[in-house]
Design a protein around this ligand. Structure first.
Ligand SMILES: C[S@@+](CC[C@H](N)C(=O)[O-])C[C@H]1O[C@@H](n2cnc3c(N)ncnc32)[C@H](O)[C@@H]1O
Length: 183
């Protein structure tokens, strides 16, 4: 499979970022933005078009092809498994993660972008455990979950969570969560 091409989940995230980022920039014109799993770079382009300064846009992917692609688009993108190679803290963290439970019918080549493990929430849980130490005090995380994977107990991981946009597809419901550190 090529780099994950923008799909329904990407477009839902795009729509939410277009609603939310203008307010966040108003409060903090120097907001630092990090996307984990940037893929095609769709959200990096959205962030730039909404006024986040290019020098404040950072990204990563575990897929080296996505890293090269985003670099070619002019964005800073590094190879990293979640926060492994990420330093510093950010005001806006975005992740459209692999959120599906394993399915033997899924081709190996697309699993890296779509599948998290037996329950479907394994990568999200790892992400949330690591994200807290890279999020500024008033920072926000925008994260997608799917009804096909096991629920995540955000509060037990130390987050205040608000569902801010959902979309019903014919076989699943996707939701975007806005998360803040529960200080
Ligand atoms: C569902 S795709 C989303 C791509 C793009 N952000 C979008 O919304 O269209 C998930 C992306 O996360 C990347 N990814 C998967 N596991 C990762 C990990 N452990 N660390 C960093 N990136 C990861 C995949 O390579 C893929 O590009």
């Amino acid at each position: 499979m090529p780099i994950y091409p923008p799909a329904e989940d990407s477009y839902l995230m795009s729509r939410i970022l277009k609603e939310q980022i203008p307010h966040l920039i108003k409060q903090n014109p120097d907001a630092r933005f990090l996307e984990i799993g940037a893929g095609s770079g769709i959200h990096l382009q959205t962030a730039l078009s909404l006024g986040i300064k290019n020098e404040n846009i950072f990204s990563s992917d575990i897929d080296k092809r996505a890293v090269s692609h985003c670099n070619m688009l002019g964005f800073r993108c590094i190879h990293s498994d979640l926060f492994e190679n990420i330093r510093n803290n950010y005001d806006i963290l975005v992740f459209n993660p692999p959120y599906l439970p394993s399915d033997s019918r899924e081709p190996k080549s697309s699993k890296i972008a779509t599948t998290a493990g037996k329950k479907g929430n394994e990568i999200i849980l790892r992400f949330l455990q690591q994200a807290k130490s890279h999020l500024n005090k008033n920072g926000k995380i925008f994260l997608i979950t799917s009804s096909l994977s096991e629920d995540v107990d955000f509060s037990s991981l130390g987050y205040l969570a608000k569902e801010i946009g959902c979309e019903k597809l014919f076989f699943e419901r996707l939701c975007i969560w806005e998360l803040k550190k529960d200080l």
